[in-house]
Design a protein around this ligand. Structure first.
Ligand SMILES: Nc1ncnc2c1ncn2[C@@H]1O[C@H](COP(=O)(O)OP(=O)(O)OP(=O)(O)O)[C@@H](O)[C@H]1O
Ligand SMILES: [Mg+2]
Length: 452
């Protein structure tokens, strides 16, 4: 422990002051003394103390107990140990109640107090470490607009911070709507590439014929319609970050091309000969089980290893329910402001339903639900009856089915598709991806179950 540790000893007896100061000299980087509460307060004006050791009985109109309360107000991070006369348990209890860290009884045993000081010092050290970590996490949240307080998200943010100022390739995995793109942006914003571009390309949304040209650019006349030279994402993202979203959707042929670029950092525009360099930092994301795709042989293993240097897993919302009230409140304020509506609240029952819902569409679904409520609810309070059926139904209908296995399975499938459609505002591609099926299969099943 090499951080500053300043102790203030407050006692009216000069020989106790000097005895303690001498005895604790090795435990502190500085020791000051005071004879009264007022003298102690004067010291606070000029110095900052990590530990105050104070006798309870002090001359003047204020005693050591009052000092405990005053310290909490003036130097909130400071630990206080009080010294009480033998047998005055009530005083000790009162001191602890006011926030003292510990107490010792007179006559003072130097060995004992050394131990307690060491404990206080350890405590202080941990506290300041925690505080630094909290500050850093809060800073990441502020930079990137990531809301959340739960352990799981904090772990993700810690990884974000660790990886941000390296050039390591990151693969972000998580269900649809969990905030993968937000995380990717946070990595960029916190890196020293933040002054460079953040270029996002969705590999699931591009037809195969356009993919290569989108990634690598093309020369004039490279194909019909290529009326002029166009730079691709790898070129535009130089000295910045290239975000390859839905990376598993890249066709087999382009997987080879991508792998080569990642290995050599060189590429040529479509229809061009010249090799260009790109130092873009690669962050990719997927909501599918990429391991499974590798095992199935649809995604190249070597490409997977290239992309997966640092994996970051973003937890689904149902595994971080503690954050639901926080997120709901955040989106509520956001959309009330944005849609110029008076500010609203969510009543306790409704909040409970929100916190218990399944959220297959994760934070995106929550965000959409809240936006809808902001627009549709006229009153000041959102209540359970305002909530969409998709939330209340899912909670009440589990386990209530009877029938053949096929009937139960179909009912569950229908509900899952319905919920996913709602979560993605009926966006077919997103719904299919979220469900891990093709758009064709989705259409087929929607027809079958009469979902439109
Ligand atoms: N922790 C969070 N705090 C605030 N907003 C969030 C958080 N996580 C996600 N969001 C919001 O939820 C929405 C979905 O997030 P994002 O687009 O990053 O998800 P995704 O994981 O990329 O989803 P998909 O796999 O469907 O592309 C966005 O509007 C985003 O701003
Ligand atoms: Mg996304």
């Amino acid at each position: 422990m090499d951080d500053d540790f300043h102790i203030l000893i407050v006692d009216d007896e000069p020989n106790i002051r000097s005895g303690l100061a001498k005895g604790l000299a090795k435990e502190a980087s500085r020791i000051d003394t005071a004879g009264t509460v007022n003298e102690a307060l004067d010291q606070f004006d000029t110095g900052r103390y990590q530990l105050v050791i104070a006798d309870v009985r002090l001359p003047g109109d204020r005693d050591g107990l009052e000092l405990v309360s005053l310290v909490r107000g003036r130097q909130p991070g400071t630990t206080v140990i009080v010294i009480t006369a033998h047998g005055t348990v009530e005083t000790a209890v009162e001191a602890m109640r006011r926030g003292a860290f510990d107490f010792i009884t007179k006559p003072v045993d130097l060995n004992l107090i050394r131990q307690q000081v060491a404990k206080a010092r350890e405590h202080h050290h941990l506290q300041s470490e925690n505080k630094q970590l909290r500050d850093k996490l809060a800073e990441i949240g502020e930079v990137s607009g990531i809301i959340g307080n739960c352990r799981a998200l904090k772990d993700v943010l810690t990884q974000v911070r660790q990886v941000a100022d390296t050039d390591a390739t990151v693969l972000i995995q998580g269900e649809s709507g969990t905030g993968k793109e937000l995380i990717a942006r946070a990595i960029h914003d916190l890196s020293d590439r933040s002054t460079g571009p953040f270029v996002a390309v969705n590999l699931g949304a591009l037809p195969e014929s356009l993919l290569e040209s989108e990634l690598f650019g093309h020369e004039k006349g490279a194909f019909t319609g290529a009326s002029r030279q166009k730079p691709g994402c790898f070129e535009i993202a130089r000295s910045g970050t290239l975000f390859l979203d839905e990376v598993t959707e890249i066709p087999a042929k382009s997987q080879v091309d991508l792998l080569r670029v990642l290995e050599t950092a060189q590429f040529a525009r479509v229809g061009g000969e010249t090799l260009l360099e790109s130092d873009a930092r690669i962050v990719s994301a997927t909501n599918r089980n990429i391991r499974q795709l590798v095992d199935d042989g649809t995604f190249r293993e070597d490409l997977f290893y290239r992309l997966n240097i640092v994996p970051i897993d973003v937890p689904p919302l149902r595994q971080r329910r503690d954050d639901i009230p926080l997120l709901a409140d955040h989106f509520l304020n956001h959309f009330c402001t944005r849609h110029r509506r008076p500010h609203k609240g969510i009543d306790a029952d409704a909040l409970q339903v929100l916190a218990a819902a399944g959220w297959p569409g994760n934070i995106r679904q929550l965000r959409n639900v809240i936006e809808r409520l902001v627009v549709t609810v006229a009153g000041e309070m959102i209540t359970t009856s305002d909530l969409p059926a998709e939330l209340t139904q899912a909670a009440s209908s589990t386990g209530s089915e009877t029938g053949t296995l096929a009937e139960v399975t179909e009912a569950a499938e229908r509900r899952a598709i319905q919920a996913a459609l709602a979560a993605h505002d009926c966006h077919r591609e997103q719904t299919a991806t979220a469900l891990g099926i093709s758009v064709r299969t989705l259409h087929y099943k929607m027809n079958r179950y009469g979902l439109h």
